[in-house]
Design a protein around this ligand. Structure first.
Ligand code: AMP
Length: 180
């Protein structure tokens, strides 16, 4: 094997790094545990490369990650795109002025917040999260970013549960690496 070929990392099957956990956090839910993927240097590198790729030339100013697993992916994706990073967080976590959006869950509601000055007016924003399920979190994050003055360029997700059709709640370009 030549030196060049030896330095090319083989592609990995990312599906092999996602572990199904039945009945977590409650009966009937199959939780997609992504921690084995995060723990593998080859899988993690390939995942963030492939999540960033469709948006490399989209003029993204800031990559916004959704708490908390979205943060782990957002930093590496921002590095690839050459942008900054922003945080969408649960209530009470951000220390300065925030805008908030409250959205409906199956039972009750949830709220997400972002700093009012997380990015300049008109900044082009890419949203990042680990799992797209019902799409409520993504739709709320989109609303939050628009409220804070951003222009949503799209979203990139590690994994999509397509049978829940969360995609129908988001009109901008949406890239998902692993589709179930
Ligand atoms: P949703 O608002 O229904 O699209 O849910 C998305 C959020 O909930 C993401 O931030 C995920 O981290 C988490 N989530 C929802 N369903 C699952 C699942 N089956 N496995 C792992 N995480 C999930």
């Amino acid at each position: 094997m030549g030196t060049y070929a030896a330095t090319i990392a083989p592609m990995v099957d990312l599906y092999e790094y996602i572990v199904d956990v039945p009945d977590f956090p409650e009966p009937g839910i199959i939780f997609k545990d992504i921690t084995p993927l995060l723990a593998s240097p080859a899988a993690f590198l390939q995942a963030v490369d492939e999540m960033a790729e469709p948006f490399l030339v989209s003029g993204v100013d800031i990559v916004v990650g959704i708490e908390s697993r979205g943060f782990l992916l957002a930093g590496s994706i921002a590095e690839r795109i050459g942008s900054g990073v922003g945080l969408v967080r649960k209530p009470g976590k951000l220390p300065r002025d925030t805008v908030a959006v409250t959205y409906d869950l199956e039972y009750g509601t949830d709220t997400l917040e972002i700093h009012t000055d997380a990015f300049p007016e008109g900044a082009r924003v890419l949203i990042v999260d680990d799992v797209l399920a019902t799409g409520g979190t993504l739709a709320a994050s989109r609303e939050l970013i628009v409220k804070a003055g951003g222009v949503v360029v799209g979203a990139t997700m590690l994994l999509e549960l397509s049978f829940l059709d969360g995609r129908s709640r988001f009109d901008d370009p949406l890239h998902a690496l692993l589709v179930y």
